[in-house]
Design a protein around this ligand. Structure first.
Ligand SMILES: Cc1ncc(COP(=O)(O)O)c(C=O)c1O
Length: 306
C-alpha cells in the first residue's frame, strides 16, 4: 500500500463522516438464491444509525430558525439518540441537556458527557417517566426546547434523503427486501418511502420484539403509543423476534461474520435469515438489506456477550 492521500480522504468535519455506511454480505444468512447484506450503521462517527436523525433534527431547527434565543435543546433518552444528539449539538455550538434515569449504564452517561452534553440523572425508581417529567418541566418553564424524535418529520426525512438512496445506489437497484427493527420507526419510514418510489416491488419488513420480550432500542408499540411518525401502510410485513433469538443471532454475527453489533441488529438479522429461508424454499431469488443499527461495545456492561 502507498501512503498517498486522495483528496476525498480529507473531511471538513466529523459531520461529513455521517452516512455512506458500507453494505457487507452476511454469508451465514445468505443462500444459493438469496443474498443478505448488513448495512453497518455503527460506522457512523457517533456509533449508530441515530447520527442521521440527530443531524437532520438539529439542522432542521437551525435552518427554520426555530430555536428561541436563550433556550437549550433537551431530550429524555438513554440510548443511541442521546449520544448522537450530544455529538451533533456541540458540533453546531449548541447546548444540550440529556435526561435519563440514574441507573442508565455508565458508558452511555460518560459518552454523552465526553461529547460535552449536560447529563441530568433522575431517580431510578421513577424510571423513564421521571426523566420525561423533568424534560417537560424545563420545556414548560421556557428554558429548553425538545426535538421529539417520535413525531419529528426530520427523523424519517434523514433516511429518505440518505439511507434509502445509499441502499438503492449500492445495490445498483437490485434490492428486493429491506429489513429494519422499529423504535421511533424513522429508519423504516424514510427508507420505505424512498425505495418504493424507485420500485413498488421492494418489500419493507419491520421487526418488533415478541410479546413480553425486551430488546434495547426497539419496542412493540401498543396501538395508543405508536410513534406519530409511523404510517403502517409503508410496512408490508412485521416479523416478531424473541429476545432469545435476537441474542443468539447477535452473538453469531460477531463470531461468524465479524459484525459486532447490538441486540436490535441481531433481531433484524434473525428476521432477514427467516426471510431468506422462505424465499429460497419458494425458489425465488432476492437481495435483502438489513440494518445493523449500532456496535456491540455499547452493550459491554450488559450480559449480552457474557
Ligand atoms: C439500538 C437501536 N436499534 C434500533 C433502533 C430503531 O431505529 P428507529 O428509531 O429509526 O426505528 C434504535 C433507535 O432508537 C436503536 O437505538
Amino acid at each position: 500500500m502507498t501512503a498517498s492521500t486522495p483528496a476525498s480522504a480529507l473531511h471538513a468535519s466529523a459531520l461529513d463522516l455521517i452516512g455512506n455506511t458500507p453494505l457487507v454480505r452476511l454469508h451465514s444468512l445468505s443462500t444459493d438464491l438469496v443474498d443478505v447484506y448488513g448495512k453497518l450503521e455503527g460506522q457512523n462517527p457517533g456509533g449508530s444509525v441515530k447520527d442521521r436523525a440527530a443531524r437532520a433534527m438539529i439542522e432542521g431547527v437551525l435552518q427554520r430558525g426555530e430555536l428561541a434565543p436563550g433556550t437549550r435543546l433537551i431530550e429524555a433518552t438513554s440510548g443511541n439518540t442521546g449520544i448522537a444528539l450530544a455529538m451533533l449539538a456541540r458540533l453546531h455550538g449548541l447546548d444540550i441537556e440529556l435526561v435519563m434515569p440514574e441507573n442508565s449504564t455508565a458508558e452511555r452517561v460518560q459518552t454523552m458527557r465526553a461529547y460535552g452534553a449536560t447529563v441530568t440523572l433522575t431517580p431510578a425508581a421513577g424510571g423513564m417517566e421521571a426523566a420525561i417529567d423533568h424534560m417537560r418541566a424545563e420545556v414548560d418553564a421556557g428554558r429548553a426546547q425538545m426535538l421529539n424524535q417520535f413525531g419529528n418529520p426530520d427523523n424519517p426525512r434523514a433516511h429518505f434523503e440518505t439511507t434509502g438512496p445509499e441502499i438503492w445506489r449500492d445495490t445498483a437497484g437490485q434490492v428486493t427486501h429491506f429489513v429494519s427493527s422499529m423504535g421511533t420507526t424513522g429508519t423504516i419510514m424514510g427508507v420505505s418511502r424512498y425505495l418504493k418510489e424507485q420500485s413498488a416491488a421492494v418489500q419493507i419488513v419491520g421487526v418488533q420484539p415478541t410479546e413480553g420480550s425486551s430488546i434495547p432500542g426497539i419496542r412493540r408499540w401498543p396501538e395508543a403509543y405508536l410513534p406519530a411518525n409511523y404510517e403502517p401502510e409503508r410496512v408490508d410485513r412485521v416479523i416478531d423476534v424473541s429476545e432469545a433469538d435476537a441474542r443468539t443471532m447477535t452473538r453469531a454475527l460477531a463470531r461468524d461474520e465479524a459484525v459486532f453489533a447490538g441486540m436490535s441488529s441481531g433481531g433484524a438479522a434473525h428476521a432477514a435469515a427467516q426471510l431468506a429461508r422462505e424465499l429460497t424454499a419458494a425458489g425465488e431469488r432476492g437481495l435483502i438489506v438489513t440494518i445493523v443499527c449500532d456496535r456491540g461495545d455499547r452493550y459491554l456492561s450488559s450480559d449480552l456477550f457474557a
